[in-house]
Design a protein around this ligand. Structure first.
Ligand SMILES: [Zn+2]
Length: 144
């Protein structure tokens, strides 16, 4: 995927409000206004009750590690210099335990533990992220 294609998809795809939310400094995820189900990855309608529209809500980026992997392969050329890096799948209790992917912001040699608390940070667009803002995760206690 070219950087232009990635930006076009982020601007027009079903998850466009996620990307515009990151641009606003917020993690914004869809929730069904009819049955309250959180829907991620984004879909055009609720997979639970088939309600036709979802409401996008800001969610505090605090969660727990569901899974993670250390990446040694340059899937995208712009990240080759970052190898190895850790990709983490984070479960968000404040959003119905949907799981959101992101790059781990700590040391790539860290051994994450399933269930440990992490906090999201939104990074400004860069060439390494095809000009899109990105959501990274760091170890941290949940907000009190
Ligand atoms: Zn629903």
């Amino acid at each position: 995927m070219t950087p232009e294609a990635a930006r076009q998809l982020a601007a027009t795809g079903v998850d466009a409000q996620f990307w515009s939310g990151l641009g606003d400094g917020a993690v914004r995820l869809p929730q069904c206004p009819e049955c309250d189900r959180w829907v991620w990855p984004a879909q055009p309608s609720c997979p639970g009750c088939l309600h036709a529209e979802l409401a996008w809500r800001d969610v505090e980026p605090v969660g727990v590690v569901y899974s993670w992997t250390r990446t040694w392969y340059p899937f995208v050329a712009v990240r080759a210099a970052d190898l190895p890096y850790v990709v983490v799948l984070v479960e968000l209790p404040a959003a119905g335990n949907v799981r959101v992917l992101g790059v781990y912001a700590g040391d790539s040699a860290d051994e994450l533990v399933v269930g440990e608390p992490v906090r999201g940070q939104i990074l400004a667009p860069s060439d390494r992220t095809y000009g899109l803002p990105s959501l990274t995760w760091a170890r941290g206690a949940p907000a009190g």
